[in-house]
Write a protein that binds this ligand. Structure first.
Ligand SMILES: Cc1ncc(COP(=O)(O)O)c(C=O)c1O
Length: 399
């Protein structure tokens, strides 16, 4: 490998909630245990050096006045979408800056639904969607994903259709790949979902922030590539932030082909006067979407695939009473600890605290809508994933 995914970087004092925050009330790491950050969705790897180079190069110039995104910004996105996702014919007009994917979800929801109106999401649900939509007064209707006989998370199209009709819904959020379930939806699955949305006259936000992080053997299919109709009814959102660990720099973007949807989303975003690009974040994107960035992501996907494979097998063979599906994308595991908790008469609060006590800073998965879930981030040097599994085995799931 050309890039370093094995060194343990010390993020203490470097502006990182992953290590500064323990995301659970009254949970503490016991003396003698180091913290292994496995919760918030950022990564514990040094990003590709071309990003730092681009930021430093721009920072050497001493003026940071008002600016318009340069052509190169759009050019790099068009090239990235073409090479990674096979997107043809994307033009600058369809691309728009967003401070965050969630900002775009919020703008789109405000443009295409009214306060108090219902919107459709899948469950489990990324908690950011819940916060973004509830805070603007939307009523969230959930269609459950269900695990099939092979344990694979599937959409229930009939349930989606019924709920859209019953609740008069015309706005849906589709997460592809899915966080926290890790599904990389197949073309056929996306076709079926888009067909349901089309039959019910839904505007769809397709959150594809995880699209670059597919694991070996899985390919991301952009929702807008499914059909002319899908292209026309979908607001797609992407970001280098998840892919290259740039969340602290801020900067995502939408692709909206339909001028009617585009104008309405953009107008909504403009109203606050807050959806503005930072010049260093623009240069970060340009630095990321360089040939080195392509190689870095391919190596990252290999590292994540190995971590997922290792942790998945380890959990299946060591943690009796814990169920999970094998992710196809993202770096998250979504553990179902129901059987373990019942067999050991342990509450979820106790289980979560037990992991954190030995330094495994994992995340309560219940707010994602499963009552016995824990979400576990595997974007760490492999040695730390091994260490975390061994600590969980010895101190938490040993019973
Ligand atoms: C599915 C999904 N969408 C959006 C976000 C956040 O994106 P942003 O920081 O661009 O708002 C995350 C972060 O974890 C995510 O998992």
């Amino acid at each position: 490998m050309k890039y370093d995914f094995t060194s343990i970087i010390d993020r203490q004092g470097k502006d990182s909630i992953a290590v500064d925050v323990i995301p659970f009330d009254n949970a503490q790491v016991a003396d003698g245990f180091t913290k292994i950050p496995m919760w918030v969705a950022d990564m514990n790897y040094a990003t590709v050096p071309t990003i730092q180079d681009a930021i430093i190069e721009r920072a050497k110039h001493p003026a940071f006045g008002y600016f318009d995104p340069r052509e190169e910004y759009y050019g790099k996105i068009i090239e990235w979408q073409n090479k990674r996702n096979g997107v043809e014919g994307l033009t600058k007009e369809a691309i728009g800056y967003e401070n965050g994917v969630l900002g775009c979800v919020s703008s789109a929801a405000q443009a295409f639904s009214a306060p108090g109106e219902a919107v459709l999401l899948h469950s489990p649900t990324y908690i950011g969607f819940t916060h973004a939509l509830e805070s603007i007064g939307r009523k969230i209707i959930l269609s459950d994903l269900v695990r099939d006989e092979e344990g694979v998370w599937r959409m229930d199209y009939e349930d989606m259709d019924r709920k859209l009709k019953e609740n008069h819904i015309h706005f849906a959020v589709f997460c592809s790949p899915h966080n926290p379930c890790g599904r990389v939806w197949s073309r056929e699955e996306i076709e079926k979902a888009m067909d349901v949305y089309a039959r019910n006259n839904c505007v769809v936000v397709s959150d594809e922030i995880w699209s670059d992080l597919t694991l070996a053997g899985h390919k991301h299919i952009p929702t807008q590539s499914i059909s002319a109709d899908a292209k026309n009814r979908t607001i797609a959102v992407y970001a280098p932030s998840k892919t290259f660990n740039l969340a602290g720099l801020i900067g995502s973007y939408h692709i909206i082909y339909n001028p009617y949807l585009r104008d309405r989303v953009r107008k909504q975003a403009e109203l606050s006067h807050y959806n503005s690009m930072n010049v260093l974040s623009m240069h970060a994107l340009i630095g990321a979407y360089q040939p080195e960035g392509y190689q870095w992501v391919d190596e990252l996907r290999q590292v994540l695939t190995e971590n997922v494979e290792y942790a998945y097998q380890y959990i299946l063979t060591h943690f009796s009473g814990v169920a999970l599906a094998k992710p196809e994308g993202t770096y998250m595991l979504y553990l179902d600890c129901e059987k373990f908790c019942r067999e050991h008469q342990l509450s979820m609060d106790e289980l979560i605290r037990a992991g954190i006590r030995v330094g495994v800073i994992w995340q309560d998965g219940r707010p994602f809508h499963r009552p016995y879930a824990i979400r576990l981030n595997l974007a760490l040097p492999h040695s730390l994933v091994v260490e975390a599994m061994e600590r969980l085995n010895e101190y938490v799931f040993h019973k």
